[in-house]
Design a protein around this ligand. Structure first.
Ligand SMILES: Nc1ncnc2c1ncn2[C@@H]1O[C@H](COP(=O)(O)OP(=O)(O)OP(=O)(O)O)[C@@H](O)[C@H]1O
Length: 604
């Protein structure tokens, strides 16, 4: 038990020191405001506690009107100033803490953008992220709430100390009873808070699921499917299921709160009974004056509230230290790929890319998505990657892009394992158009350059060559028009084909020695498709260009074709060689051309 208490204290201490240091580094004035706020907040309750005794002493003693008036004026002015100042400081601290929050948000998201891509597919990671975010947002204030609470403890302890001193001067036995009750209460409250926090953690996966199903109905991406297939019913069932499960969590949390409140009020009840019976006895026997009676009664009332507040603050800090653990774990997650050990500088010129005995399994899967992959590609090569669905083509590309590292074997660039290069420098060598490419709700030029600074002339040139300049000219803002309508009702909503050409422009703009196109022409009409391949042939001179395509005709632009089957390379060679081999490629090619020929001869 002592061990777990020690652990708890260490965790709380670690979480607090982290926050203090963080806040101090980002916004010192926030902490100054917080300290001054607590001072101005501590003085009024102490004055209010003592003031009736001062007045009663004067009234029952010398009863000097001028003294009484002076006391009242000074008391009122001090209370007014303290309260105003404390509110002012509280508001100032609020906007100053937003700056700390912003910095923290940026850091969390930066981490998210750099963790291994595989993490984004791992539910455990996503739950951890959700817990870490609780540190930011829970209670509407997030971690700054803990700082406030920590400061509050100082103020409450000052008030509490004064109250203990007053009660001790009345009767030490009464104080002892009070302290025992308070101890019992604090132990119970700690248990309740722990149970509450555990439920909070457990409900995270359901909250994540709920936010997914809530989003499905408003996301235009799903709108068509839902409407055409009347998918709202099944989705609504999921939504209701999540809501119901969460409702159960909330109910259980409130049940814990009820128990906690009951216990707290019960302790309060005993304390009140003891104090009133004792005080009435003391006054009726003439052992204490009326003035001291008011002081003691005020002190006893303050004892309960300040004790409760101290317990509350300690428990809140304790609860947040669990979230802090999630933040710490999240922030310290290794970024294996991003931060990998760099042993080599990137070469100034790209020469070759080689797969040597490469095998790959996705996280959580026993199945080899790729196995025994061996191939050599050099600058200037045009490679087509073909194969049936699920054969491993996209996985092959993802490994080149280092979205994942091979499970076995290695990939070499200019003869050096790509893991030895700095990841950021390495990806500067590659431009890609993925099957599921994405355009962002930013301006058109930012979508192409993916940077705040764009070379507009180059973008215009690329758009001209891809034949999409006319679409841009329709907009007054030109390249500054915002893509999609999420934030601008005049935004540019490109058709599938134009969107694909914008994604291709992004790859051309990046101008790298390796270009990878995964189903780049799926949304293009036959004329555009043919034009794109011809232009690419021109644009990718001296570069390594890798195309994945299900349209076998596109392979005619390539000098080498890699045929995948069940995660392995089944065949490799030129179109002529593979057709001569009469195997997988020949089969795929013939199957497709048969449809065209039959259609032409009217037999389809
Ligand atoms: N993120 C993932 N997690 C687990 N398994 C995956 C993942 N992505 C793909 N796979 C599996 O890996 C295998 C190869 O998939 P891949 O997407 O590389 O095939 P493909 O040849 O590109 O298919 P398609 O032509 O349909 O795009 C498949 O069995 C697929 O189910």
């Amino acid at each position: 038990m002592l061990e777990s208490f020690k652990k708890k204290v260490i965790r709380m201490f670690k979480s607090l020191t982290f926050l203090w240091k963080y806040a101090w580094n980002v916004q010192k004035s926030y902490l100054v405001c917080l300290i001054l706020y607590q001072i101005t907040n501590t003085i009024p309750p102490l004055l209010i506690m003592f003031f009736p005794k001062v007045l009663l002493d004067e009234l029952m003693g010398q009863n000097r009107i001028s003294y009484l008036l002076t006391y009242i004026i000074i008391f009122s002015i001090v209370i007014f100033l303290m309260k105003f100042l404390s509110d002012f400081l509280k508001n100032t601290a609020f906007y100053k803490r937003c700056i700390i929050l912003e910095k923290f948000q940026v850091e969390l998201n930066t981490k998210l953008s750099k963790v291994d891509y595989a993490c984004l597919e791992d539910p455990e990671f996503l739950n951890l992220k959700q817990n870490a975010e609780k540190f930011l947002y829970a209670n509407g204030q997030g971690f700054s709430f803990v700082l406030d609470r920590a400061m509050e403890i100082i103020s409450k302890v000052m008030i509490f100390g004064t109250v203990i001193w007053i009660i001790a001067s009345l009767n030490k036995a009464v104080l002892l009873v009070f302290l025992c009750l308070a101890f019992l209460n604090s132990k119970a409250q700690m248990r309740f808070k722990k149970a509450y926090a555990r439920l909070e953690m457990e409900k995270n996966p359901k909250e994540r699921e709920l936010s997914y199903f809530m989003n499905v109905f408003s996301d235009v991406k799903y709108g068509k499917e839902i409407r055409m297939n009347q998918g709202q019913y099944v989705l609504m069932d999921f939504l209701k299921g999540c809501l119901h499960k969460l409702w159960k969590f909330y109910k259980n949390q409130m049940y814990i709160m009820d128990k906690s409140d009951f216990f707290m009020h019960l302790m309060d009840f005993f304390q009140r009974m003891v104090s009133y019976v004792y005080m009435v006895f003391m006054v009726s026997k003439g052992f204490i004056s009326i003035a001291n009676f008011t002081l003691y009664i005020n002190a006893i009332a303050t004892f309960t509230t300040s004790m409760d507040e101290v317990i509350d603050s300690v428990n809140d800090i304790n609860q947040y230290s669990y979230y802090f653990e999630a933040v710490e774990k999240f922030m310290n997650l290794p970024m294996d790929i991003y931060d990998g050990k760099v042993n080599r500088n990137m070469p100034s010129r790209f020469e070759s890319l080689e797969f040597r005995n490469v095998g790959f399994k996705y996280g959580g899967s026993d199945k080899w998505a790729l196995k025994d992959i061996n191939c050599f590609m050099k600058a200037g090569d045009k490679i087509a990657v073909v194969g049936e669905n699920g054969a491993g083509k996209t996985t092959f590309i993802k490994l080149i892009c280092r979205l994942y590292d091979p499970t076995e074997g290695m990939i070499l660039l200019n003869g050096v394992d790509i893991k030895e290069y700095d990841y950021v420098q390495y990806v500067k060598f590659i431009s890609t158009v993925f099957q599921d490419f994405q355009l962002f709700s930013m301006s058109l030029k930012e979508n192409v350059s993916l940077s705040r600074k764009s070379d507009e002339n180059r973008i215009h040139g690329i758009f001209d060559s891809l034949g999409i300049s006319a679409f841009v000219k329709k907009y007054k803002k030109g390249l500054n028009v915002r893509v999609h309508k999420d934030f601008d009702s005049d935004g540019f909503e490109p058709s599938g084909g134009v969107a694909q050409k914008i994604a291709i422009s992004r790859a051309i703009y990046k101008d790298t020695p390796i270009i990878i196109l995964d189903e780049p022409t799926a949304a293009l009409d036959p004329k555009s498709e043919s034009e794109i391949y011809e232009q690419f042939n021109e644009l990718s001179k001296n570069k390594l260009a890798i195309f994945i395509s299900h349209r076998m005709a596109s392979t005619r632009f390539c000098d080498n074709i890699i045929v995948f089957k069940n995660g392995s390379i089944e065949e490799m060679g030129s179109h002529y060689e593979l057709m001569k081999a009469h195997s997988v490629y020949w089969n795929l090619f013939n199957m497709q051309s048969k449809y065209y020929m039959n259609a032409e001869s009217g037999k389809l």
